[in-house]
Design a protein around this ligand. Structure first.
Ligand code: SAH
Ligand code: SF4
Length: 310
């Protein structure tokens, strides 16, 4: 498959092809995951992200273990089968206590997915043993020069090493990239899609870059939603059996349409509203959160598309 050629195809055609491959390989089910943003404390300074350590314009928080557990259990009771625990990269928790909490959520019948940044292999191993079974870590961009520029003090190589550890430890691996980073070209997107294919990700999240006012990229133009959607459809063609979420950033721009363009997963935010307003990786409006009602609304929305939510 020539990826360049695919990216030059119009969105409608690409989505129709991706939709057929999706139906044949993963069926009509849409997986609804509950996303809990447990802490916004972060040691890193990714140039695009509002949670970067140098941004002092937000209140830092870390939910307690008991709060995380209570909110996760509530989501399970509301019908969610998977709880995604996401945070900035920091040592905000005692790893032993965190592992015990993961075990309790798993014992309650849920799948626990983690998105806590680049953790040491030993911590990843303990969390795996505790019962976490999926890990999300985007490689962000396959262009190592661009990666290193946007992540001062870190390298793409280091990111990929962590992803290999995650895979090696038996996690299902979710990775992916951002569309619209400064100085990116179509050839960067081709590189991104190739890396994602080579790595055989189980899940591929493709976000669109949205500038945040309190970052060095405040003045950079927003990424192309059209290109992000094309990349999602291409992903379905390249990895027919993978899980493709409508990422929250693409979700801001009629992302739901991508259920007819290759996507089969959606994340519903269950972060308490008083905290979610301080979890602005990019600027977004946070409505009131009601776990039970929000899930019902989502299930109905998916049913209206002729698909089946689980
Ligand atoms: N700290 C963890 C998880 C939280 S950030 C990590 O970095 O892996 C989750 C994702 O938010 C990142 O992978 C990045 O792709 C996305 N993100 C950060 N800033 C963004 C922005 N300005 N626009 C769109 N997505 C962004
Ligand atoms: Fe921290 Fe993740 Fe944001 Fe980077 S993208 S600053 S690691 S929260």
């Amino acid at each position: 498959m020539d990826i360049n050629e695919l990216l030059n195809t119009n969105l409608q055609q690409l989505c129709a092809a991706a939709d057929a491959v999706r139906a044949e390989n993963v069926g009509d089910v849409i997986h609804c995951r509950a996303l809990l943003e447990i802490s916004n404390i972060c040691r890193r300074n990714c140039s695009y992200c509002g949670l970067r350590a140098q941004n002092a314009n937000l209140q830092r928080y870390a939910m307690s273990i008991a709060e995380i557990e209570a909110q996760a259990m509530r989501a399970v009771a509301a019908g969610y089968k998977t709880i995604v625990l996401q945070s900035g990269e920091a040592e905000a928790y005692d790893i032993g206590e965190f592992c015990e909490m993961v075990s309790r959520i798993v014992a309650n019948g849920a799948v626990v997915t983690l998105s806590l940044g680049e953790l040491p292999r030993a911590d990843l191993a303990r969390l795996r043993v505790a019962g976490a079974s999926r890990y999300l870590l985007k490689f962000e961009t396959a262009d190592s020069e661009l990666y290193n520029r946007l992540h001062k003090g870190y390298s793409l190589q280091q990111r990929l090493r962590c992803l290999s550890n995650i895979k090696d430890l038996g996690y299902e691996v979710g990775s992916g990239f951002l569309v619209g980073l400064p100085s990116e070209t179509q050839s960067t997107l081709v590189q991104n899609l190739k890396l994602m294919k080579e790595f055989e990700c189980d899940m591929v999240g493709i976000g669109v870059f949205i500038p945040h006012p309190h970052t060095p990229l405040a003045q950079a133009p927003k990424g192309s939603v059209l290109l992000a959607k094309k990349c999602m459809a291409c992903t379905r063609l390249l990895l027919p059996k993978c899980n493709i979420p409508i990422t929250t950033s693409v979700g801001e721009y009629d992302g739901i349409a991508m259920f007819n363009g290759g996507a089969n997963v959606i994340m519903q935010n269950i972060t308490p509203q008083n905290l979610a307003c301080d979890y602005q990786i990019y600027p977004k409006s946070n409505g009131e959160i009601n776990i039970e009602d929000d899930r019902q609304k989502l299930v109905h929305k998916i049913a209206a598309l002729g698909r089946c939510a689980i």
